[in-house]
Design a protein around this ligand. Structure first.
Ligand SMILES: [Fe+2]
Ligand SMILES: [Fe+2]
Length: 568
């Protein structure tokens, strides 16, 4: 009890910038009204070290006039109070108190009696306690509208479902890459950033004597392949529809501060992905066996983006999760129940109109070796049945939108179509889309992608790691492509049109797959790495990977404010 009382007094002393010295604690604890003494100090502008003497005098000041001690009582304080008015008495007592930390009062003639001057102490800043997992604090202010007050408004711009036309032939692969090159070259040229009008590789070979020094450069746009790092130099081939050429990109000299040197340095440090589309400017090394020396390099444009907003009469919210992995014996049942309860009771949940599940909604069957040993539900259809039950216990105002992932029962090659009709029939009200899916919710452009290609970005771009998958998402935006590398870890379907190109910069870009969590902003786009509902598996333990499960990310479509709610 005594401890608790002193803690309360200490907080007040601290707020009043009073520092108790030895003996004061005991006196304050035994005083009938320590708050009154502190208030008296505040009202008289007394700060700093609080001694027993000052405390006694504060006691005198705090008493009503009729209780003021008689002269005998206060003789020891050398204050003649009995013959003074209340105001004079107050000033007199205050003048005899030496507020050590108050420099303004200390500049008196009687400097010999004054203690040392210490810098004034600012009142302590009261900070709220940190949230679980160090998630940022949020205010409910930006989440004002109830989900039930507006109708669903979902416009799908791209979904491969029912539109896949590839036969998987060489001609389809060629068409896919030519289409990628056309789309991204158009973006590069339209950005106006290339120093010259791009020429074809065949023309560069033909006129190589013309483009043979850094005073007469050529610009070419093509697909990168055969990327190798030799020493500090990045070597690669650049290929367009007319041919290819070996290229050498060296880091700039230390003194070189030109924007082109910075761009070159960025790529020299980070590396390139196989099948990236880039625009390069440089010259053919004379006598160098047709080597193109890269002086400047451009990725497709990713400028700062201005977010679209939902109208204020449709200011509802969207929530994001991924990788539920129902059927796995590491699926987190109790945490799901906790979230369902929260959905039914919390004011923020009342604003959530949409829940996006970005793939791997079940653990699947036969996805990896000995998976059956880690399954709680071994029947694939029963896994989906259970997932349907888990979404149906959410409030009826929540519209669930489901993408497939690499664990789901659809073709693994991306873009993936939506889940089969047979599976969809287990769900009463969910909306099923392909992976990736480009859609608008009340006008807010959202790009949802499961995120398998994050693994290719981790293995190709030096600063991208599994612990910060958002860096891979930034690189996707910078390349305007979700999965550039053919033959890497991401199985790609060679559709005659490359649908993995990011044609419109999204307002919200969401991925999953790596069982991490992130919510942030990159050049005006909200980046969300959706959290999983699966605990650490044996495989992850072996790799030393710690997932970040059970964190719901919520974004308001009007204010674009975000909130992250942990359930584990
Ligand atoms: Fe997953
Ligand atoms: Fe996955």
């Amino acid at each position: 009890m005594e401890d608790g009382r002193w803690r309360t007094i200490s907080v007040k002393l601290s707020k009043a910038c009073l520092i108790p010295i030895a003996g004061v604690q005991e006196k304050l604890l035994s005083h009938s009204n320590p708050d009154l003494l502190i208030d008296t100090a505040i009202s008289h502008g007394i700060k700093g070290l609080l001694s027993e003497d000052i405390l006694e005098q504060l006691d005198v000041l705090s008493r009503p006039v009729e209780e003021t001690p008689q002269s005998d009582d206060i003789e020891s304080t050398s204050i003649e109070v009995t013959e003074l008015s209340v105001e004079e008495k107050s000033e007199e007592v205050k003048a005899n108190i030496v507020p050590i930390l108050d420099g303004t009062i200390q500049t008196t003639e009687n400097d010999d009696n004054i203690g040392r001057v210490i810098a004034p102490i600012d009142p302590p800043e009261i900070k709220p306690a940190s949230r679980p997992h160090d998630l940022p604090h949020f205010s409910i202010d930006g989440f004002s509208m109830a989900a039930s007050d507006t109708d669903v408004e979902l416009d799908i711009h791209f979904d491969i479902t029912g539109k896949s036309t590839t036969e998987g032939k060489f001609a389809d692969i060629l068409s896919c890459f030519n289409n990628r090159l056309d789309k991204l070259k158009k973006m590069l040229v339209a950005s106006g950033r290339l120093p010259n009008r791009p020429i074809d590789v065949i023309q560069l070979h033909r006129d190589k004597s013309r483009y043979s020094s850094n005073s007469n450069t050529a610009t070419i746009v093509g697909l990168v392949n055969d990327v190798r790092l030799s020493g500090e130099k990045l070597r690669f081939k650049l290929e367009d529809k007319t041919g290819d050429i070996h290229c050498i990109l060296s880091p700039p000299r230390a003194m070189d501060n030109l924007p082109s040197a910075k761009r070159r340095n960025t790529i020299a440090v980070a590396g390139l992905m196989e099948d990236d589309v880039v625009g390069i400017t440089g010259f053919v090394l004379p006598g160098g066996g047709d080597r193109f020396i890269v002086e400047d390099i451009h990725l497709p444009p990713m400028t700062r983006h201005e977010k679209r907003v939902a109208p204020d009469n449709q200011a509802v919210s969207v929530a994001f999760l991924s990788d539920i992995h129902v059927g796995s014996n590491t699926f987190l049942h109790a945490q799901w129940e906790k979230m369902v309860k929260w959905f039914h009771e919390d004011p923020l949940a009342k604003t959530i109109k949409y829940l996006i599940l970005s793939g791997d909604i079940v653990d699947g069957v036969g996805i990896y070796k000995d998976q059956d040993k880690e399954l709680e539900i071994v029947d694939l259809y029963k896994q989906y049945e259970e997932m349907a039950r888990l979404t149906e216990i959410l409030p009826e105002w929540v519209e669930t939108i489901i993408l497939p992932g690499n664990h789901d029962a659809v073709r693994p090659a991306e873009p993936q179509p939506s889940l089969d009709k047979l599976i969809q029939q287990y769900f009463n009200s969910a909306t099923f889309v392909g992976n990736p899916c480009d859609f608008s919710l009340h006008g807010v452009r959202t790009l949802a992608y499961h995120g398998v290609s994050i693994m290719d970005f981790v293995s190709s771009i030096r600063h991208v790691t599994f612990s910060e998958p958002e860096k891979a998402m930034e690189q996707m935006l910078e390349r305007r492509h979700l999965a550039p590398s053919w033959g890497g870890k991401t199985p790609l379907s060679p559709e005659p049109e490359d649908h993995m190109v990011i044609e419109e910069i999204p307002d919200i870009f969401v991925t999953g797959h790596v069982h991490s969590h992130h919510c942030g902003d990159y050049k005006g786009t909200t980046l969300i790495q959706s959290s999983t509902w699966q605990d650490q598996t044996g495989y992850m333990r072996m790799l030393g990977f710690q997932p970040k499960p059970c964190i719901l990310t919520v974004v308001n479509l009007h204010s674009h404010k975000t909130a992250t709610i942990p359930f584990a």
